[in-house]
Design a protein around this ligand. Structure first.
Ligand SMILES: Cc1cc2nc3c(=O)[nH]c(=O)nc-3n(C[C@H](O)[C@H](O)[C@H](O)COP(=O)(O)OP(=O)(O)OC[C@H]3O[C@@H](n4cnc5c(N)ncnc54)[C@H](O)[C@@H]3O)c2cc1C
Length: 464
């Protein structure tokens, strides 16, 4: 499967239907939910009715071998509103973690609990970050210990989680906890903690700068008891993982990339969300700059206004290409050896901040007040250089990969080529092709023109 940005009819239709949903359902209520910082239940219901809120939907998005469905959906949804968008997609983050760790039986049991059904919606949360450890996942202090030694012994979880989307209101919390202190971040495991489990408490809902329609909370886990079956992947797999980690513990101490790399797969998804915010701001402000007059002419006639917008339009397309490439790599199993997932997240999130800031500047005073949505987009965009790995962490992943690559060629040189031996033998610039071409051209005065044209058609270079 080669990287191709031509959408299929189904992808095109998905993007169009998502855009309609964003325009007709999300945009009209976005400012209100932002101001009230309320969870947008009616919008989630509508999303579920339209087929955008179910485990099957995400299985289909992730299962698209071209990789394009997922970022196309995210960009359109977040074009509507990032806060509401986060509320809609939050269970997908939890589902993705379950998918990476769970047994097939656990997946079947918990995936429906993450979403529910229209009229009876459910929520899911992914609880990794802690007050002392956001970027530094080695510093996580939440612990899980067995209460007994038998294979059916319960787990007891104690700890403190911070910044958790849907935390405390979710039906399913996927909680990361340390099961072996000695092994640091390699000694962690994921557990399902159902909402309402005794000892799981929401300390507070956080009062955020942006993305305010999404619910983000601080959680405490005090003696939270879950059955053995809630350890994702099961005991046997955990013991195998811990044994391997013990063998490799020296190596692990010298490398941070394994843990950071775990997040690489979900980063293009988050990058596409940032693209949605950036595109919304760029479209809005370009239209404004065409309409708004100063000194007798539209302000876009000034290069001081137009050129930054041209730079942002270029940056937007560049970031989208990085995002689609990373998403295609995730879908086709090409390893992220150069930090390609991080590149997409870094480029898209920083572009979103630059674009929304420029949108405010372009609108002058009108950009600074809530009469227009750009100040909200600016607040929303800022989250994207912070969560799912800060910009600094993305740069660490990319520079580590750069160091590890040690002169490795770029991805396109490294990928397994498509096409057979004929393709290689008669490809552009090959001696065989040059020789045949020169021979044909040397006969051009002796051969009738139609025959020559036919010969040139036959001598076309390979299509790929
Ligand atoms: C609104 C919101 C929603 C979130 N949702 C979730 C969620 O659902 N689930 C979840 O688990 N987490 C979530 N997070 C947590 C988020 O992933 C963390 O905030 C993020 O990883 C940063 O961690 P921190 O806040 O502890 O900052 P720190 O790790 O303390 O970083 C502080 C600063 O130091 C920099 N820094 C740290 N280490 C280095 C280094 N080695 N080199 C250079 N600079 C460095 C950082 O880049 C940052 O600028 C959310 C956060 C927010 C704000």
């Amino acid at each position: 499967m080669s990287f191709d940005i031509t959408p299929t009819a189904a992808q095109h239709d998905l993007a169009r239907r998502t855009h309609e949903f964003a325009e007709q359902v999300i945009r009209p209520v976005a400012a209100d939910y932002d101001q009230r910082q309320e969870f947008p239940w009616p919008v989630l219901e509508e999303a579920a009715e339209r087929g955008f809120y179910s485990p099957l939907f995400y299985r289909d998005l992730i299962g698209d071998p071209t990789g394009l469905s997922l970022p196309m959906f995210m960009e359109e949804l977040f074009w509507g509103c990032a806060g509401i968008g986060l509320a809609v997609v939050m269970p997908a983050l939890a589902l993705s973690a379950i998918g990476q760790a769970a047994s097939p039986e656990q997946m079947l049991q918990w995936a429906p609990e993450c979403f529910g059904t229209p009229g009876d919606l459910k929520l899911a949360a992914l609880a990794i970050s802690e007050p002392e450890g956001g970027s530094d996942v080695r510093n996580l202090r939440t612990t899980a210990r067995r209460d007994g030694s038998g294979p059916d012994a319960d787990w007891i979880i104690d700890g403190h989680k911070m910044w958790i989307g849907n935390g405390g209101i979710a039906n399913v919390h996927v909680v990361n906890a340390v099961v072996d202190q000695e092994l640091g971040h390699k000694g962690q495991a994921l557990f399902i903690v159902p909402g309402g489990t005794p000892g799981l408490d929401m300390v507070r809902k956080l009062d955020k700068m942006g993305c305010r329609a999404s619910h983000t909370a601080e959680l405490k886990l005090t003696g939270v008891r879950v059955p053995a079956g809630n350890l994702l992947g099961g005991q046997e797999k955990l013991e195998y993982k811990l044994a391997r980690a013990r063998e490799a513990v020296e190596g692990a101490r010298h490398s941070g990339s394994a843990t950071l790399g775990t997040f690489e797969q979900t980063r293009p998804m988050v990058a596409a969300q940032a693209l949605g915010i950036a595109r919304a701001a760029l479209e809005y402000v370009t239209e404004y700059a065409n309409r708004r007059e100063a000194f007798g002419a539209p302000i876009i006639d000034n290069q001081g206004i137009a050129f930054p917008l041209a730079d942002l339009a270029t940056g937007l397309d560049a970031a989208r290409l990085l995002t689609w490439r990373a998403s295609w790599m995730a879908a086709t199993g090409v390893p992220f050896e150069r930090g390609e997932g991080s590149m997409s997240k870094l480029a898209a999130s920083e572009l979103a901040v630059r674009t929304t800031e420029r949108a405010i500047q372009t609108m002058g005073g009108w950009g600074y007040v809530k009469d227009h949505p750009v100040e909200k987009w600016y607040r929303d965009a800022k989250l994207y250089t912070i969560f799912e790995g800060t910009s600094e962490i993305q740069r660490i992943v990319i520079s580590n990969a750069l160091g590890a690559a040690d002169g490795k060629p770029p991805l396109h040189v490294d990928l397994e080529p498509t096409g057979g031996p004929l393709n290689r033998m008669f490809g552009r610039g090959t001696p065989a092709r040059t020789q045949v071409g020169n021979t044909a051209l040397s006969m051009k005065d002796r051969v009738p023109a139609p025959v020559m044209q036919m010969a040139m058609k036959v001598l076309r270079p390979p299509r790929k």
